[in-house]
Design a protein around this ligand. Structure first.
Ligand code: DGT
Ligand code: CA
Ligand code: CA
Ligand code: ZN
Length: 578
């Protein structure tokens, strides 16, 4: 049974929407929204409260308390019914469009007769909005961008941000005497590129002090709900954190359950049922006797279901359970498999750290080899010149004589709109490694973009295509190219495709890595670091490669240096293939 709180919150939100679109004052709209949040997170069941107690819920004043009372007693609110009657449904549907806002929603409804989000998209494509009073090409473009962004990301945050918050939380919770184990679970543990909320799991026999401690953490902006084994809070950055406590014998089963994904869990539960077992967050039980047969460790639960332990990054219900059953689950690449980094920048272009610092950090990270790939002259704002590149090469050769990783002098070329590149073939042959990337003109037609990428891939000295789709997580969408063509050409020519590890890129993403693998594409999991700290992002790239089922052999920077050099001597490879 859903809590009455949820129904009340939905009622208040609808109120807020209708008020907004019928021109109500913003402070009033905001008051309803805040009240909805407060009610949703209120620990007590609203239906059981007396009117005076309703008044006391933070952000619920006496006026709103009266409406809530009316709703709880009669199932409706007179004032809301009147509002509903005044606002046509076509107009209401426009409220779901991000970046439009109630005032403009009303305007497009009245002046253009737009009554659905699809109508609006059509009007955007036909550039009909820019003609409206108070609009222009710029506001139309902004709206189109907002719509695209919302379609790709929703209210989610990037992996890097969420992981940073989660790690700080773990640092605070781990030392508490009641805490036996604590880990993050959910989409964060699966290392999806965007995270809806952070799920933290604790094993303990004494949850109460832990729950209290959670509400008092310094990052907490607001407590959404505070229960005996589950507490939800909101951080100052608007990120929700759910913390749950389970008894230690249930740890493994709970970790499995709350790591998800839901699709993965459902498949495991079905497997269990077929074996006469029942799987829940408390453990794996025999249906007949209710006896717990596993639960303390994830491995145990998987083993009892006849499966090897499955990496969290693979748990998407995308064939991994079947593959595990058949023993065909690939052994995915790990961070420890990486021997070096093949895409990094220094302060010679847009990096912030000098060459020497980047190299020292690479040595500290244990890299066996390390490529410096500053931008090339065609990305004009970077002010690179041939002279600077050659001077950098001399310094790199000197540094290379010292201890530390083998240094590769590389560059990141700019793939021009027609697919041509910086420098001539002769000069490019002097680099140890060449990355080439698209940095502008993302909106070319599909065939033009495809030809543009293919031309770079076919170039005898291009070794890696950097951030191949140029998507930005929660921002720009991927360029529209024929990826099958790109994958085929990359595999044929011995050109690696990058798995860029910057949390805003993660490009290729897991899904595309998995597709590309079928064409025999090799990958470079690279940091694209512009600072010492960003060198640490490689683990995000590794997780992304894992999500694409990539093995060590698929990733060129797991190769020993001599083998890597053979791969980079691309024209020989191509000649050998021919
Ligand atoms: P997110 O937060 O949207 O990035 O994605 P998740 O996967 O972290 O989803 P979340 O936070 O709603 O729930 C965390 C995990 O809890 C989820 O991955 C699987 C598990 N879970 C949640 N709801 C259900 C459910 O209804 N059924 C099953 N089997 N598992 C669930
Ligand atoms: Ca989550
Ligand atoms: Ca959650
Ligand atoms: Zn770069």
């Amino acid at each position: 049974m859903a809590r009455s709180n949820d129904a009340v919150a939905a009622m208040l939100l609808e109120f807020a929407e209708l008020l907004a679109i019928s021109g109500g004052p913003p402070y009033k709209v905001r008051a309803y929204e805040k009240a909805a949040q407060a009610v949703e997170g209120h620990p007590a069941e609203l239906a059981t409260l007396r009117s005076a107690e309703l008044d006391e819920i933070p952000n619920v004043g006496s006026q709103l308390a009266r409406k809530i009372r009316e709703f709880l007693d009669t199932g409706s609110v007179g004032e809301l019914d009147e509002l509903r009657a005044r606002v046509p449904t076509g107009l209401r549907s426009l409220l779901t469009i991000p970046g439009l806002g109630p005032r403009r929603a009303r305007q497009v409804y009245e002046e253009l007769g737009i009554t659905s989000p699809d109508d609006l998209l059509a009007a955007l494509h036909e550039h009909r909005l820019r003609e409206l009073r108070g609009w222009g090409a710029r506001s139309e473009d902004n709206l189109a961008a907002a719509v695209r962004e919302a379609q790709s990301a929703g209210e989610r945050v990037r992996l890097g941000l969420a992981l940073g918050v989660a790690e700080r939380l773990l640092q605070r919770l781990r030392p508490l005497p009641q805490v036996q184990r604590v880990e993050y679970a959910g989409s964060l543990r699966r290392m999806r590129d965007s995270i809806g909320d952070i799920d933290i799991l604790v094993a303990s026999d004494d949850p109460e002090p832990i729950m209290r401690a959670v509400t008092e953490l310094p990052v907490v902006e607001r407590v959404i709900s505070h229960g005996s084994t589950r507490t939800s809070v909101l951080t100052a950055t608007g990120l929700q954190v759910d913390v749950r406590v389970v008894a230690p014998p249930s740890w493994g089963a709970a970790l499995l359950y709350f790591t998800g994904s839901k699709a993965h869990n459902i498949q495991l539960r079905e497997l269990a049922l077929r074996a006469g077992l029942k799987l829940s967050e408390y453990g794996l039980f025999e249906v007949e006797t209710d006896r717990r047969v596993a639960g303390e460790r994830e491995e145990e639960v998987y083993a009892r279901l006849g499966l090897p332990w499955i990496e969290p990054t693979l748990r998407e219900g995308a064939g991994e359970v079947e593959a595990a059953l058949h023993g065909t689950l690939p052994e995915v690449v790990t961070r420890a498999d990486l021997r070096g980094d093949l895409h990094t920048h220094t302060d010679l272009t847009d990096g912030v750290a000098p060459l020497r610092d980047m190299v020292a950090a690479a040595a500290a990270a244990g890299h066996e080899y390390f490529a410096i790939t500053d931008h090339a002259p065609l990305l004009h704002m970077q002010r690179m010149t041939t002279e600077k590149a050659l001077a950098q090469r001399r310094r790199i050769r000197e540094l290379d004589r010292e201890a530390g990783p083998a240094l590769l002098h590389g560059t990141e070329l700019n793939i021009q709109p027609d697919g041509s590149l910086d420098w001539d073939t002769e000069f490019l042959s002097g680099f140890d490694i060449v990355v080439a990337s698209v940095h502008s003109h993302f909106d070319q037609p599909r065939d033009v973009l495809t030809a543009r990428l293919l031309r770079a891939i076919e170039h005898p000295h291009v070794n890696v295509i950097g951030h191949p789709t140029t998507r930005i997580v929660g921002g720009r969408s991927a360029i529209d190219v024929d990826l099958d063509e790109v994958f085929r050409a990359a595999a044929r020519t011995g050109t690696a495709l990058e798995v860029n590890s910057l949390p805003e890129r993660l490009d290729l993403n897991g899904e595309l890595v998995r597709r590309a693998r079928h064409f025999g594409v090799r990958f470079a999991v690279s940091s694209d670091a512009h600072s010492v700290a960003q060198l640490g992002n490689l683990s995000f790239g590794v997780a992304t490669a894992q999500r694409g089922w990539a093995t060590r052999d698929d990733v060129i920077n797991t190769y020993p240096l001599d083998e890597l050099r053979r791969f980079l001597a691309k024209h020989d490879h191509a000649a050998a293939v021919r």
